[in-house]
Design a protein around this ligand. Structure first.
Ligand code: 13P
Ligand code: SF4
Length: 325
């Protein structure tokens, strides 16, 4: 039977009485599949996943799984990274429309022209990039290891950092590598957080600590008690004794925080324009149980990558994994 995925996902009626978590579990076993989910997906998606993590942990997991199928509950660049690392496995994504505004802000052809102006620079690129961009990269990084990766280059080595200008500026401030050249990209979710709204929340909750993701703008990071990747923010709570936190990143992480620390209060920081509700990543929220069920059932949509591009991209991701061991 030919399955129509022109919408970017399988769209067929599903019996509303069907117990989706149970059916997903059954299909997973039958097909030897593993579900990897990012912290920004919805709580119900995180709850049926075999592994929930940040970008670094998910790529490490994708590199070591012995499952035959990887279903990536997250955005497209994450599923691509899994396919680059496990080319012999079938990698599925529930909705091909789950992109990333940051990855899209750095098209590989424009970046290649930009890089040509800096022939003696090495390229460090955030994992939030397309596979074609990773093929132009020397070492990939995630928000967990970006500082460590940049520090792994000798001081004299000139660097380009792409695509996130906010993470790039944060790395510059921590490492003192003022001459690092930045690509001018950003994530629409993290760019929306406002100093005024966070300061207001701090006045309402004077004891709350502010936790922020390094994709936020510099003035927002200045208000933070701790800056780190999603996993680092969670781990920080484990060694900290505050009872209240203002969380300045995508709201999906609150699910895990509240589960892991039920005796504490986590307050999501509102974006500048609260009517747009955009501390949700609309791309991550495209993934739901119905799409996961249909994706497993039909093994579609599948992530397919040109082998030449894949093998060049693999070098930059493996370089990161070796440095992060
Ligand atoms: P992490 O590295 O914390 O997983 O961040 C991924 C991401 O997309 C942030 O917007
Ligand atoms: Fe991309 Fe931003 Fe969504 Fe992360 S939160 S996946 S960087 S659009």
């Amino acid at each position: 039977m030919r399955v129509d995925i022109r919408k970017g996902f399988v769209d067929e009626p599903v019996d509303p009485e069907l117990d989706l978590p149970k059916e997903i579990e059954r299909l997973k076993k039958e097909k030897k599949a593993v579900i990897l989910a990012h912290y920004y997906t919805t709580g119900e998606v995180q709850d049926i996943a075999d592994f929930v993590g940040d970008s670094l942990a998910l790529s490490q997991q994708a590199a070591r799984t012995d499952a035959e199928i990887i279903l990536f509950a997250g955005v497209h660049f994450m599923a691509e990274t899994a396919k680059v690392l496990s080319p012999g496995k079938k990698v599925l994504i529930p909705d091909l429309n789950a992109g990333c505004s940051l990855a899209e802000s750095c098209p590989a052809d424009r970046f290649a022209a930009f890089r040509a102006a800096y022939p003696d620079h090495k390229v460090v690129a955030y994992v939030n990039t397309t596979v074609e961009m990773k093929a132009l990269t020397d070492v990939t990084c995630t928000s967990s290891n970006a500082v460590q990766i940049v520090r792994s280059f000798p001081k004299e080595q000139k660097l380009i950092f792409a695509p996130d200008r906010n993470l790039g500026n944060y790395i510059k401030s921590v490492t003192g590598r003022e001459d690092m050249v930045l690509w001018d990209g950003a994530c629409h979710v993290h760019e929306e957080f406002s100093v005024e709204r966070i300061a207001e929340l701090k006045r309402e909750h004077p004891r709350a600590k502010v936790l922020a993701h390094p994709e936020c703008k510099a003035p927002v990071l200045l208000l933070a008690d701790f800056v780190g990747s999603t996993a680092a923010l969670l781990n920080f709570c484990g060694r900290d004794d505050a009872r209240e936190y203002i969380v300045v990143t995508e709201s999906g992480i609150l699910h895990k925080m509240r589960r892991q620390y039920p005796d504490r209060t986590f307050i999501p920081a509102p974006p500048t324009d609260s009517s747009c509700g955009c501390n949700d990543c609309a791309f991550m929220k495209l993934v739901n149980l119905r799409k996961i069920y249909l994706t497993l059932k039909y093994e579609l949509p599948e992530v397919v990558i040109d082998e030449e591009v894949r093998s060049r991209a693999e070098r930059s991701i493996r370089a990161m994994l070796e440095l992060s061991e």
